[in-house]
Design a protein around this ligand. Structure first.
Ligand SMILES: [Fe+2]
Length: 188
């Protein structure tokens, strides 16, 4: 009877043991986060950023809506101006949402969440005869609201030592204050 061959010895090295476990593993098995900001502070900054994302998204949509529906003698210049603004805002939304994820929290991404979180109220539709002055006024108000929310988040992030969020909010303030100035100038 032929002798059974023994299984060849494995040459693979055993997986190295981690020096210490990841901090505060979550119930779902996801690794904990230790980036030098306490969980409470990360939660506060992420919560502020969620409000900021809701405001930024609401303003983005309003700007795009007005790009579509502008009529009258200012059509060409405002159609182009609104396009420049909503295109820039659309790109920034991704940065804001991904900062929330990097802090360890879920980014809001539905209309229901944005309506609940945004400080910019729904204003009545502008109807068939869209008045360009009313569109511009709403965008001034919207850009200013986004600025106020950014300032709150910036202060929270600064206290928490969260420099990337401070940097992001500084960049957004720069853009939205400039947008508000340019739009305001059309009404003066
Ligand atoms: Fe377009």
């Amino acid at each position: 009877m032929a002798k059974k061959k023994s299984a060849p010895k494995s040459t693979a090295k055993p997986a190295p043991k981690a020096d210490k476990p990841l901090p505060t593993a979550h119930a779902d098995g996801a690794p904990g986060i230790d980036i030098g900001i306490s969980t409470g502070d990360r939660r506060k900054v992420a919560d502020g950023l969620s409000h900021f994302l809701a405001d930024a998204y609401t303003l983005y949509l309003k700007t795009h809506n007005f790009h579509w529906n502008i009529t009258g003698p200012m059509f060409n210049s405002l159609h182009v101006m609104f396009e420049g603004q909503y295109t820039e805002q659309w790109t920034a939304l991704d940065e804001i949402a991904e900062r929330i994820r990097a802090l360890g929290f879920k980014a809001p991404g539905s209309y229901a969440e944005f309506v609940r979180l945004s400080s910019i109220p729904e204003e009545p539709g502008l109807g068939d005869s869209a008045d360009w002055r009313e569109m511009v006024r709403q965008l001034v108000v919207g850009n200013e609201a986004v600025c106020r929310t950014a300032r709150k988040v910036l202060a929270t992030a600064d206290k928490a030592g969260d420099d990337p969020t401070v940097d992001l909010m500084t960049q957004r303030l720069n853009i939205h204050e400039k947008n508000a100035w340019m739009l305001r100038s059309l009404l003066q």
